[in-house]
Design a protein around this ligand. Structure first.
Ligand SMILES: [Zn+2]
Length: 465
C-alpha cells in the first residue's frame, strides 16, 4: 500500500481560448464527412460540428481558416516504449529475441534522466504526426536509478499530450526460464506494490482526464503466470485497464508451446487475460479460435505494422479481427523496433500490409483512419470521450494541410492516407494548441530533439554508472 501522504497527481488542463475552424474538409469518423465545414471548440470540448461557416462563435474565439485542410480526430497511439528512443538502431537486422537480448544490456543502465529525455523526444515526435493521446509501456526498472515513471509523466505534461502510461514489469529472468537477464527483472511483490502506488498516485478516471494508468506485465516470455494473474486481480480491483504483448512472433509460439504446452492467446485466456478491459500489442499469430475469442470478449489489439515488418514478425490478422467486430487500434511500438515511425504513417503501413496479405480491398483508407482514431479510443476504454469529432467530445483535433502536391488527388482522405504524412496546420489536445503551422508550440522542436539525443548519448556512455 502507498503511504498516507500519497495523493493523486492530476495533470490539469491548461486554460485555453475558444477556437473556430472553418472551410475544412471534415472527417468526423463517426458520421458523414463534411466537404467544407466548421468545428467550434470551447474549453476542452467540441461544441459544434457542421457544414458551412460556424453560425455563431464564442466571444474571443480564435478563427482558423481550414481551407485546403483535412480535419480528423487526433490520432491515438495504443502501444509504445518511449524510453527506447535512447536505444534506437540496436540490432537493425535481428529477430525479436536477438534484438531483445542485445537491448536488455543497454536498458539495464537507464535512469530517470534517460527516460525523461527519451520520452520528451518521443512524445514530441508523436505530436508532429497527429497524435493527441498516447500510451506508453514501461517495463524495465533498474534499481536506484530514480523515478522512471514520474520522468515520463513529466515529459507528457510538458509536451501536452493525453497520456496513458502502463506500469510494466518483468519477474521471469533467465534463471526462471525467461528471456531477460536476471539483473533487469524485479520481484513480484515489489512490482505489485509499486504498480498499486503508481495507480493511486497518478490515475485520473474523470471525463477529460489527461493521465490514466494501466497495469502491464511485459510478455509471456518475461513474466511468470503467477504475476500475470495477480496483476489482473490488482488492475480489476483498482478499476484500471490491462495491457501486455501477445503472439508477436513464431519464436513466442514455440516458447509457449515448450514452457506451457499451449499457444500464447490460449495461455493468456487461461490466466484471465482476455476481456473488455484488456488490450494486447501485436497479436500477429492468431488462430481462428483466437480471433473469435477476441471478438466475444471485447479484447482490443494494438496493431504495430512497422515494428512487425522491421522485426520480420509477420502480418497481423487485422482484417479478420475487424470483420469479427473486435476493437483494433494502431501503435508505433518502441522507437528501438521501429526507429522514427510517425503515427500517421502507420495508417499507410497498415493498409499496405493488410493488402499484401488479403488483397486490394482488405483495408480502405477510411477503415485505417478509423482504426487510428476511434479504434484506438475503444482499446483505451475512451470511445465516449475521444476518437471522433462530435459535440460533447474532447477537442482533440488534427488539421492536416493538404494542397500543393496533394492537390493531384481529389479525395482528401486518400491523399492523406496513401501519401507521405502532410504537415499539420494545427493539432489541438483538449482545445490547447500543441502544434501550429508544422511546429510544436508547447516545447520547442529543437529542445525536444536535443533531449532525445542527450538521452541516447547518456545511455550509450557507461562512465557515469
Ligand atoms: Zn512493444
Amino acid at each position: 500500500m502507498p503511504d498516507a501522504t500519497t495523493r493523486p497527481v492530476v495533470i490539469e488542463p491548461v486554460v485555453i481560448e475558444p477556437v473556430v475552424i472553418e472551410n475544412a474538409y471534415i472527417v468526423p469518423v463517426a458520421g458523414e464527412e463534411i466537404p467544407s465545414g466548421h468545428i467550434v471548440i470551447e474549453g476542452d470540448r467540441i461544441t459544434a460540428v457542421g457544414p458551412g461557416p460556424a453560425p455563431s462563435a464564442p466571444e474571443g474565439a480564435e478563427r482558423v481558416d481550414g481551407a485546403g485542410c483535412l480535419a480528423t480526430p487526433g490520432l491515438v497511439n495504443t502501444h509504445h516504449h518511449l524510453y527506447q528512443w535512447a536505444s534506437q538502431g540496436v540490432t537493425p537486422d535481428g529477430t525479436l529475441f536477438e534484438w531483445l537480448v542485445a537491448s536488455y544490456r543497454l536498458w539495464a543502465r537507464m535512469d530517470a534522466e534517460v527516460v525523461g529525455g527519451a520520452a520528451t523526444a518521443g512524445l514530441a515526435w508523436l505530436a508532429r504526426s497527429g497524435c493527441t493521446t498516447s500510451t506508453d509501456h514501461h517495463y524495465v526498472f533498474p534499481k536506484g536509478r530514480g523515478d522512471l515513471f514520474e520522468a515520463e509523466i513529466e515529459a507528457a505534461r510538458q509536451v501536452g499530450l493525453r497520456f496513458h502510461p502502463c506500469r510494466g514489469s518483468m519477474d521471469r529472468g533467465r534463471s526462471g526460464g525467461g528471456l531477460p537477464p536476471d539483473e533487469v527483472v524485479e520481484e513480484a511483490d515489489e512490482i505489485l506494490r509499486a504498480t498499486e502506488e503508481a495507480v493511486r498516485k497518478y490515475h485520473d478516471p474523470s471525463f477529460g482526464s489527461m493521465l490514466r494508468i494501466a497495469v502491464a506485465p511485459c510478455s509471456p516470455f518475461s513474466v511468470t503466470g503467477d504475476l500475470m494473474v495477480r496483476s489482473a486481480e490488482l488492475a480489476r480491483s483498482l478499476g484500471v485497464r490491462l495491457h501486455t504483448h501477445v503472439a508477436e512472433t513464431a519464436d513466442e509460439d514455440e516458447h509457449c508451446r515448450e514452457q506451457f504446452g499451449m499457444l500464447p492467446v490460449e495461455y493468456m485466456d487461461r490466466l484471465g487475460w482476455l476481456g473488455p478491459d484488456v488490450w494486447l500489442a501485436h497479436c500477429v499469430h492468431l488462430t481462428d479460435k483466437d480471433v473469435r475469442r477476441f471478438a466475444d470478449t471485447g479484447t482490443g489489439t494494438a496493431h504495430c505494422p512497422s515494428s512487425n515488418g522491421r522485426l520480420g514478425a509477420g502480418i497481423a490478422r487485422v482484417s479478420d479481427l475487424l470483420r469479427a467486430g473486435a476493437p483494433v487500434g494502431l501503435g508505433v511500438d518502441g522507437a528501438a523496433s521501429s526507429e522514427m515511425t510517425p503515427l500517421a504513417g502507420e495508417i499507410r503501413m497498415a493498409m499496405l500490409m493488410q493488402r499484401a496479405r488479403y488483397g486490394p480491398r482488405a483495408l480502405t483508407a477510411r477503415q485505417a483512419l478509423e482504426m487510428a482514431t476511434l479504434g484506438g479510443a475503444r482499446c483505451l476504454g475512451r470511445a465516449e470521450e475521444i476518437g471522433s469529432l462530435e459535440p460533447g467530445k474532447l477537442a482533440d483535433v488534427a488539421l492536416w494541410r493538404l494542397g500543393g502536391y496533394y492537390d493531384g488527388v481529389d479525395d482528401p482522405v486518400v491523399a492523406f492516407a496513401y501519401g507521405q504524412t502532410p504537415p499539420l496546420a494545427r493539432l489541438l489536445v483538449g482545445g490547447r494548441t500543441v502544434v501550429a503551422d508544422g511546429e510544436l508550440r508547447t516545447v520547442s522542436d529543437q529542445a525536444a530533439a536535443e533531449a532525445g539525443a542527450r538521452a541516447h548519448r547518456r545511455l550509450l556512455a557507461s562512465d557515469h554508472f
